[in-house]
Design a protein around this ligand. Structure first.
Ligand code: 6XA
Ligand code: ZN
Length: 343
């Protein structure tokens, strides 16, 4: 399996985030990708390729032009506002009852308009890193389009929370959605299976009214876990997308016995759709040792996941999402990918 990777992820290097209602040490940090890269190399998974340049017109198929402009310019705006902190955070949003039909000119208004949480730090190099991450995903999708049976997009920052015009959950561009769009644009039927601990609200929202891309997600019950406001079982898609969205929320504390039952339901739905390509939003935060998550998957369970996905027999693109147990991240990622390859 080929891996696509860019060192530019390290341009996004937050020191802090807001979580648990306070300023904390950031967990979505460059060492995550470095650990995964080292493990993929050590496992001899296959060639490691750089991304090809990403065309902005293609990104605009998923993300609004004004949002792309905002992300590209927000650090200059931050500096122009005389701010000298290492990170910038929004703190006010156009929730129901406030007006969302005007984009404010002030930086704080603009950050709130284009985000949905306060937990996602913007830094000097965020745009460069997020763009490189999106480039990695689309390049890996092109490998599948060219006939590879599998590929790994070693994306950082992650993407599955990013909506067409809002960032949040450490995500800026929706890497999996861009990859799926690339494959769907070639006339393929695509299924996305999101195994991250958190619901992929951005990916769901992007494809909610589309019938050509199935979105299936196994995640912690949003009544009890981030992102809280999407990810319930009654969200089944709308219009042409009705029936093409499947959420499988699970209780906190779920282990492989519970999780693997959801996986069978997820794969049954994928099988019914009969896709030409499968995109896995590969979050490794269902791991028992993850510092911000509360599922109980082990490294061996990640091997079982890889083995099971291979049995689906569909060309498969793995797109890295969350996972914060940095020391175990490489082993868990390699477990999925090498088991998929039958190694
Ligand atoms: C709130 C938790 C953000 C979730 C990030 C993640 N600080 N998403 O791993 O998949
Ligand atoms: Zn996650």
């Amino acid at each position: 399996m080929k891996t696509v990777y860019s060192p530019d992820h390290a341009c996004h290097h937050p020191r802090h985030e807001i979580s648990d209602g306070a300023l904390k040490a950031a967990v979505e940090i460059p060492s995550r990708a470095e650990m995964v890269l080292a493990a993929v190399k050590a496992a001899g998974l296959g060639e490691i390729l750089p991304p090809t340049p990403l065309e902005r017109a293609f990104v605009e198929r998923i993300h609004e032009p004004a949002y792309i402009d905002f992300l590209e310019g927000v650090w200059d705006e931050t500096v122009a506002a005389g701010r000298t902190e290492e990170e910038a955070f929004p703190f006010v949003w156009p929730t129901p009852g406030l007006r969302a039909d005007r984009v404010p000119t002030h930086l704080d208004g603009r950050m709130g308009f284009y985000s949905f949480d306060a937990g996602t730090p913007l830094t000097n190099g965020t745009f460069a890193a997020a763009w490189s991450s999106a480039s990695v995903a689309v390049t890996a999708a092109d490998l599948i389009a060219a006939g590879e049976g599998s590929a790994f997009a070693l994306c950082r920052p992650p993407g599955h929370h990013a909506m067409s015009a809002r960032y949040g959950g450490y995500c800026f561009f929706n890497n999996a959605a861009l990859a799926a769009e690339r494959l769907a644009a070639g006339g393929r039927r695509v299924a996305i299976l999101d195994v991250d601990y958190h619901h992929g609200n951005g990916t769901q929202a992007i494809f909610f009214e589309r019938g050509d891309v199935l979105f299936v997600s196994i995640h912690a019950d949003p009544d009890q876990e981030y992102p809280y406001f999407l990810g319930h079982a009654d969200e089944i898609g709308e219009g042409a997308g009705e029936g093409a969205n499947l959420n499988l929320p699970l209780p906190l504390g779920s282990d492989w016995a519970t999780w693997s039952k959801a996986l069978e339901l997820a794969l049954a739905s994928v099988e019914r759709a009969g896709p030409d390509a499968l995109v896995i939003s590969l979050g490794l935060d269902p791991y028992e040792g993850d510092p911000i998550s509360q599922f109980k998957l082990t490294t061996d369970d990640f091997s079982r996941l890889g083995e099971r996905l291979a049995k689906a027999g569909v060309p498969t693109l793995f797109v890295l999402e969350g996972g914060y147990a940095v020391e175990a991240l490489g082993a868990n990622c390699a477990a999925v990918l090498t088991a998929f390859e039958g190694k």
